[in-house]
Design a protein around this ligand. Structure first.
Ligand SMILES: Cc1cc2nc3c(=O)[nH]c(=O)nc-3n(C[C@H](O)[C@H](O)[C@H](O)COP(=O)(O)O)c2cc1C
Length: 340
C-alpha cells in the first residue's frame, strides 16, 4: 500500500503555469501553519506546497513592510509557499494578491471556507458561499491582477447538497481559478460530522483544473482511500500534519518514524519558535500546537494540561522534559476529531 501511495503522491502536478513535484500540501491553518512550523515541516519534506496562515487582504499592503508574524517566510520556502487571503472586496483582494506575487511566492489562495462568526459577519470566508456572484467577482479580479497560480479553498456551502459545491467549483473555474481545495463539510459544521468525500468526487468530475481533497486524512490508508475513491489530484492535510509534522514525508516514502521522533519534534519546534517569535507569541502558538500534538499520546490530556498551564517558555521546556522522561505511550491512530 505504501509504495502505491508514495508513487501516487510523488508525481508532478501542473497548476496554472507552474508545476509542483509532489501532491501533498499543508492546509492553511491560523496560528498553526506559521513560519516556525513550516521550517520544522520542511526539515522532514514530502510536501508539494505549504499554505500559510490566512491574512486579511486589507492588511497585507501594510504587513508587507513590517516583520509580520503572519505574513512572513524564509527565503528557502518562497517557491513552495501559497499565502491565503480573506476579504469581501474584489479590489482589496486583487491588491493583496499582487503584493504576494511581487514577493515571489508560489501562489495565492482565496479563503471561501472559514465559518468563524467574526469573519462571516464581514461577508468574508464561508459567507461568500451564500453570495456566489460576489465570490466569482473576487476570483475574476484576483485573476486579472496576478499570473502566479490562483487557488480557491471552499466548503460544501451552508446546506448539505452536493449540487452547491459542484456549481461553485464550475463558477470558480470559469472565473479563472487554477486549482481548488475542497473540504466537503457544510459551513456551520466545525468538523463534528465526517466530511462527505463522495462530494469531492463530484467536484473533481465537474471541473478540468486540479482538485485537492481535504478533510479527516489521518494516516496513509486514509490518504490512499481519498485519492482512490474521489479521483482528487492531490490531498491537503491539516490537523494531522500538525500532530505529526513528519507525516507527509512518511506518506511520500521518505522516512519511517522511530519512537524518538515525538520528543525530538516537540523540542525542535520549541527551538524554532523561540527563534522566530517573541516570547508571548511563541508561548501562545506552542500551546495551540500542543492541542493537536497531544492527540498522539494515550494520555493526551496530561500532555496538554502540562503545556497549557505553563506560564512561560522556560516552564514549558521543563514540562516537555518531564513528560518525555516518563516514556509516554503513543497512539497508532490519534483521534483528531476529539479536539475539533
Ligand atoms: C485551528 C485551525 C485553523 C484553521 N485555519 C484555517 C484558515 O486559516 N484557512 C482555511 O482555509 N482553513 C483553515 N482551517 C481548516 C483546515 O485548513 C482544514 O480544512 C480542516 O482542518 C480539515 O482538514 P483536516 O481534517 O486535515 O484537519 C483551520 C483548521 C484548524 C483546525
Amino acid at each position: 500500500m505504501k509504495s502505491d501511495l508514495s508513487s501516487r503522491l510523488n508525481r508532478p502536478l501542473t497548476i496554472g503555469r507552474a508545476t509542483i513535484d509532489r501532491r501533498l500540501v499543508l492546509a492553511p491553518m491560523t496560528l498553526l501553519g506559521h513560519i516556525a512550523f513550516r521550517e520544522l515541516l520542511a526539515g522532514f519534506g514530502g510536501y508539494g506546497l505549504l499554505f500559510g496562515e490566512m491574512c486579511s487582504a486589507r492588511r497585507i499592503p501594510q504587513e508587507a513592510y513590517t516583520g509580520s508574524a503572519y505574513f512572513g517566510w524564509r527565503e528557502a520556502e518562497r517557491r513552495h509557499l501559497v499565502m491565503q487571503i480573506f476579504g469581501a472586496d474584489p479590489t482589496a483582494m486583487a491588491t493583496a494578491a499582487r503584493v504576494i506575487e511581487e514577493k515571489g511566492l508560489f501562489g495565492v489562495d482565496l479563503n471561501f471556507g472559514c465559518s468563524v462568526a467574526t469573519i462571516c459577519k464581514q461577508q468574508c470566508g464561508a459567507a461568500l458561499l451564500k453570495a456566489p456572484d460576489q465570490a466569482a467577482r473576487i476570483v475574476e479580479a484576483v485573476r486579472r491582477a496576478i499570473s502566479i497560480p490562483l487557488f480557491v479553498k471552499f466548503r460544501t456551502g451552508w446546506t448539505d447538497d452536493p449540487a452547491i459545491p459542484v456549481d461553485l467549483a464550475r463558477r470558480f473555474t470559469s472565473a479563472g481559478a487554477d486549482a481548488l481545495t475542497f473540504h466537503p463539510r457544510v459551513a456551520p459544521d466545525r468538523r463534528s460530522r465526517p466530511p462527505r468525500w463522495d462530494y469531492i468526487r463530484r467536484v473533481k468530475d465537474a471541473v478540468a483544473i486540479p482538485v485537492f481533497g481535504n478533510g479527516d486524512v489521518f494516516d496513509e490508508a486514509d490518504c490512499l482511500r481519498m485519492m482512490e475513491t474521489t479521483g482528487c489530484d492531490g490531498v491537503a492535510i491539516g490537523r494531522m500534519a500538525i500532530a505529526r509534522p513528519w507525516l507527509m514525508a512518511q506518506m511520500a516514502g521518505l522516512l519511517s518514524p522511530d519512537t524518538g521522533i515525538y520528543r525530538r519534534t516537540a523540542f525542535a519546534l520549541l527551538d524554532l519558535m523561540e527563534r522566530h517569535f517573541d516570547n508571548r507569541r511563541a508561548l501562545r502558538r506552542y500551546k495551540k500546537f500542543a492541542l493537536y500534538f497531544s492527540a498522539n499520546f494515550k494520555f493526551a490530556h496530561s500532555f496538554f494540561k502540562r503545556i497549557g498551564n505553563a506560564p512561560d517558555l522556560k516552564a514549558l521546556r521543563g514540562e516537555l522534559e518531564a513528560f518525555f522522561s516518563g516514556d509516554p505511550e503513543t497512539m497508532a491512530r490519534p483521534n483528531m476529531n476529539f479536539f475539533l
